[in-house]
Design a protein around this ligand. Structure first.
Ligand SMILES: N[C@@H](CCC(=O)N[C@@H](CS)C(=O)NCC(=O)O)C(=O)O
Length: 250
């Protein structure tokens, strides 16, 4: 049975799951929703946030669980190494990127893009059901404050998040300083994928599977920060992963 990936098109955690399914060549259909209305679907399946994966009678309601499930379905030892010590390293990095990097890139990017409602709407609309697309313009006065409240976006928290993203990139620069091609072991893993996907709102990689604007379309502060991050070892690493490993992208 073909899997169904419930998303919001612009969510970077959804991009993490989408990239994994594409990379593993696991057959799936994406079911994108607009913010707020996504909960009508995710709640029905025992979740809340996106992504949610429905497959073979199972509902996976967290991106890491989705990657683990997809890896196992595709024979295992692909995104998660079978070797227990490598696996521990992958799990630890993935958890760190999920709980720190992803949270701060999201706040930073939303803070830059929320004022441009036209662009925001365009990002949120890709592939959603027609009725939701028609409703979104009417819902924007609810969606924008809901996003600000949910992610506690203020000028101060935005600046803190910019610095946290830089600190996470610095930490990765240190890890990459020995010249390694992948974060753990000799192969691409869930750790690499998670770093690049969750960094994507701050880097805006051209191959990203989320419908982000191009560098020349975003406010100057966002462009300048993206250019700074792209110039770091961690930024170059994420861009290389997108160029080399983002297979079958939408
Ligand atoms: N731990 C979750 C986090 C996912 C997450 O934060 N998703 C956000 C979008 S980037 C979301 O759906 N927020 C709205 C909500 O929680 O209803 C995962 O890895 O799947």
């Amino acid at each position: 049975m073909t899997a169904v990936l419930v998303t919001m098109p612009h969510s970077h955690y959804a991009e993490k799951a989408r990239w994994a399914l594409d990379w593993l060549a696991m057959p799936y259909r994406e079911e994108p929703h607009v913010p707020l209305l996504h909960r009508l679907t995710t709640k029905r399946h025992g979740g809340g946030s996106v992504p949610v994966l429905l497959h073979g009678g199972r509902c996976l309601v967290d991106s890491t669980d989705i990657l683990v499930h997809a890896d196992a379905q595709c024979g295992g030892d692909r995104l998660y190494p079978a070797d227990p010590s490598l696996r521990r390293d992958v799990d630890a990095l993935e958890e760190r990127f999920d709980t720190v990097l992803g949270v701060h890139t999201r706040r930073w990017a939303y803070a830059q893009l929320l004022p441009d409602r036209r662009r925001l709407r365009a990002m949120m609309l890709r592939g959603v059901p027609r009725l939701e697309a028609l409703l979104l313009p009417l819902m924007m006065p609810l969606v924008v404050p809901a996003v600000r409240a949910a992610f506690r976006i203020t000028p101060e928290s935005t600046e803190r998040s910019r610095q946290r993203v830089r600190a996470e990139f610095d930490a990765l620069d240190a890890l990459l300083a020995d010249g390694r091609r992948f974060l753990v072991g000799a192969r691409f893993s869930a750790a690499d994928l998670t770093f690049a996907a969750l960094a994507s709102p701050a880097l805006l990689p051209p191959q990203c599977g989320a419908p982000y604007p191009g560098l020349d379309e975003v406010p100057a502060a966002m462009r300048d920060e993206a250019l700074h991050l792209r110039g770091t070892a961690a930024g170059r690493f994420a861009l290389r992963l997108y160029a080399e490993q983002r297979l079958n992208r939408p």
